[in-house]
Write a protein that binds this ligand. Structure first.
Ligand SMILES: [Zn+2]
Ligand SMILES: [Zn+2]
Length: 154
């Protein structure tokens, strides 16, 4: 399992391999030492049960989506269809635009899920079984506030 540990102070993302995770990592952004308590389930890529950064047990699932990729597809499609439109080929222009949107959908549908920690936003990628529920704004508000009080970042 791959963990993207989020620094509690500066929110930098620090990639760690769960199977070889050290007891602590140093943040490349602010130099803070972050202790990692990697559970057995995390180490063996079985499940995300406990967050190694904040010790929280509340997670949600989201698509591992890079918005830049989706946007690039739409922009390229729009440029090509604009070119056709210029030459009066409306129908082709519209179908290319529609095609780009379709590619976007397909790309989105094939994305894998990743698990995110509600409190510190650390991310977990691997072959483990997804058990966490979808994102809930109320839960996020409560848990993030609790975490921020604890780390006194604000
Ligand atoms: Zn940091
Ligand atoms: Zn966490």
């Amino acid at each position: 399992m791959q963990i993207l540990a989020k620094c509690p102070r500066c929110d930098a993302g620090l990639p760690v391999s769960a199977s070889e995770a050290p007891a602590a990592i140093t943040c490349g952004g602010c130099g803070r030492d972050i202790p990692l308590a990697v559970s057995e389930a995390l180490r063996t890529d079985l499940a995300v049960d406990r967050c190694p950064v904040c010790d929280g047990g509340d997670f949600y699932i989201r698509k591992d989506f890079d918005p830049k990729v989706g946007l690039a597809v739409v922009v390229v499609g729009a440029l090509i269809s604009a070119g056709f439109y210029w030459f009066g080929r409306d129908l082709i222009a519209y179908s290319i635009l529609g095609g780009a949107a379709l590619i976007d959908l397909v790309v989105y549908g094939r994305l894998k899920d990743l698990t995110v920690c509600y409190r510190c936003h650390s991310e977990f990628r691997g072959a483990y079984e997804r058990r966490a529920p979808a994102f809930d704004l109320h839960t996020a508000d409560v848990l993030e506030l609790e975490y921020e009080r604890r780390t006194s970042r604000r």
